[in-house]
Design a protein. Structure first.
Length: 255
């Protein structure tokens, strides 16, 4: 492990050759007396995870990083940090790729031309004797490689035509933009983050299918509401708020 000086203000980097999971290391750090602003980076993960406990294939050369935070915000607003991270990744990558090729797929994916290049895993918890909740913002970006045969097609930056790039370069760019977006969220709330996210939203005004535990729902995507829920306009004309689901384009499911 190597610890650097502060990246900026309260942020500091902890780097590892290998970890089970950067999110798990962030939790251990918080429980062991760690502080807000720790950035945990591993070159390899042995037990990387995505949403809903799914395995996140963690091949060396890709980016795996978690940011440990203790925001001065109500618990109900902490899920907005997933969108803060998504906007930060877009801003970190946008000048490397052709215009309009990047988008954010609700709830936590980064897309290049309809293929997944990155994802976000947000976890909140409390430690003994500390009333304020912690949040870990975990980010994975496919830089050199990507897993085959995924339910939603995947890609990596190199396959998308980005040359002379490394996980370290993407890490530096991501943290720079994340600090800016996090400060904006802290000072101005969710509205500007929501606006930025909506400008690059994948599937906006298109027919999407949301897979819910009790069945699928189809509707036209109208973006996200003030708490980050996905808004679908159903065939009945009614608007339906989706708080947790996987979403797919209807035409892909029908193919």
């Amino acid at each position: 492990m190597k610890k650097t000086d502060n990246l900026l203000n309260d942020y500091h980097l902890l780097s590892f050759d290998s970890l089970d999971s950067t999110n798990e290391e962030a939790k251990r750090l918080a429980k062991g007396g760690g502080c807000h602003g720790a950035v945990i980076w591993a070159k390899n993960q042995t037990e990387g995870r995505g949403r809903m406990g799914r395995v996140w294939v963690s091949s060396e050369g890709n980016l795996f990083v978690s940011v440990l935070l203790q925001p001065e915000k109500p618990l109900a607003e902490l899920s907005q940090l997933s969108f803060v991270a998504a906007v930060s990744i877009i801003e970190a990558l946008e000048d490397m790729l052709p215009k309009d090729s990047l988008s954010c797929k609700w709830p936590n994916d980064i897309i290049i031309n309809d293929r997944k290049v990155g994802g976000i895993l947000l976890e909140s918890f409390q430690t003994e004797g500390n009333k304020k909740p912690w949040v870990v913002v975990g980010v994975g970006v496919n830089v050199d490689s990507y897993p085959p045969r995924t339910e939603f097609p995947a890609t990596c930056l190199k396959d998308a035509g980005v040359e002379l790039v490394s996980a370290k370069i993407i890490l530096s760019r991501f943290i720079h933009h994340f600090i800016e977006c996090y400060n904006q969220w802290n000072q101005k709330g969710f509205a500007p983050i929501r606006k930025s996210w909506t400008q690059v939203a994948w599937g906006l005004d298109k027919r999407l299918c949301a897979r819910l535990p009790d069945g699928d729902i189809e509707g036209i995507c109208h973006g996200i509401d003030a708490d980050g829920s996905l808004t679908l306009k159903l065939d009945s004309g009614k608007k339906h708020q989706v708080r947790s689901a996987d979403v797919f384009p209807v035409e892909a499911l029908e193919a």
